[in-house]
Ligand binder design. Structure first.
Ligand code: NAD
Length: 283
């Protein structure tokens, strides 16, 4: 997709954090924005900010883990607007802990939103985009899906699935003039921790520390994502740290995973992670 100026965009999870920041970046480009979220107070607040920032749009209440609600969202925007140029699958939640300790309900909760929610978005928007002759899908994954840090298995697994889905779609949708971008940020400060589920206090402290020492704001991550969409890039890794770790892993996946496992055997591993987070080296 070239310039996004004046386009019709639907963003899930736009009541807060990155979704709201994306809405505001796109509002400055005069876009019409479908602000979809489970939290309507936040969605209405985003709409006000969008209107004040040069854009227009409307809110839509849904739970992305419910396929019938995602289908209703797709039908609503294609029917009332006539077309949707960009779908942003962004709504997400976080779960941390060790496999075996994390309750299965928490696995089901996060996979339902972070994986199935995004898959439903693709499933219901792609046929409609094909019929209109093109479009673009921005899937918000995470560097976690590439790097697979410990104590984040449900989050890593869902995001790795989204990266794989996006890579597949990039090829599959090329003949239909539908572009695909997958956003893979490291940590940045949003409301993600408000609803985060964890199995011990260290995980919460670690996550809070990474957010408090974040190198980029959600606005900066949103700017990078919009630029990647406009340039038709598949991968968007906004932070240098994410790019650095990903390059190391791509050069030697065995070295990367072996090193992480080795460090993790040491009793100082957790204090080391906290120290790295405080220095901003993990975000
Ligand atoms: N913050 C980070 O460090 C970070 C890093 C990498 C990726 N991400 C990803 O960015 C995306 C946005 O998260 P954020 O950090 O802005 O967090 P956030 O909590 O500020 O925003 C998430 C939004 O999703 C909405 N949401 C949650 N469950 C929903 C559901 N079932 N149906 C509809 N909406 C729902 C929330 O109401 C909220 O508005 C997520 O996919 C997250 O995994 C965040």
């Amino acid at each position: 997709m070239n310039r996004l100026d004046g386009k019709g965009v639907v963003i899930t999870g736009a009541a807060s954090g990155l979704g709201r920041s994306l809405a505001l970046v796109l509002a400055r480009k005069g876009c019409r924005i479908g602000i979809a979220d489970i939290n309507m107070d936040g969605a209405e607040e985003t709409l006000k900010m969008v209107k004040g920032g040069g854009g227009d749009g409307e809110t839509f209440k849904l739970d992305v883990s419910k396929p019938e609600e995602v289908e209703a969202m797709a039908a609503h925007f294609f029917e009332t607007w006539g077309s949707v140029d960009l779908l942003v699958n962004n709504a997400g939640v976080a779960v941390t802990g060790f496999v075996g300790d994390i309750p299965l309900e928490d696995w089901e909760w996060i996979i339902g939103i972070n994986f199935w929610g995004m898959l439903y978005g693709c499933h219901y928007f792609i046929p409609r985009m094909k019929a209109q002759g093109g479009g673009h899908i921005l899937n918000v994954a995470s560097a976690a899906g590439l790097l697979c840090m410990m104590e984040m298995a449900p989050y890593n697994t869902a995001k790795a699935g989204i990266i794989s889905l996006s890579e597949t779609l990039k090829w599959e949708l090329a003949p239909d003039n539908i572009g695909v971008t997958v956003l893979c940020p490291m940590f940045f400060d949003t409301h993600l921790l408000d609803e985060m589920r964890f199995t011990d206090d260290f995980e919460h402290e670690f996550a809070r520390t990474t957010f408090d020492h974040a190198r980029m704001t959600s606005g900066e991550v949103a700017e990078a994502a919009v630029k990647a969409v406009e340039k038709g890039r598949l991968y968007c890794l906004p932070q240098t740290t994410g790019k650095f770790f990903w390059v190391i892993k791509r050069i030697s996946p065995s070295f990367f995973s072996g090193l992480m496992a080795f460090v993790n055997q040491h009793p100082m591993a957790r204090p080391l992670y906290l120290w790295l987070a405080r220095k901003g080296l993990l975000q």
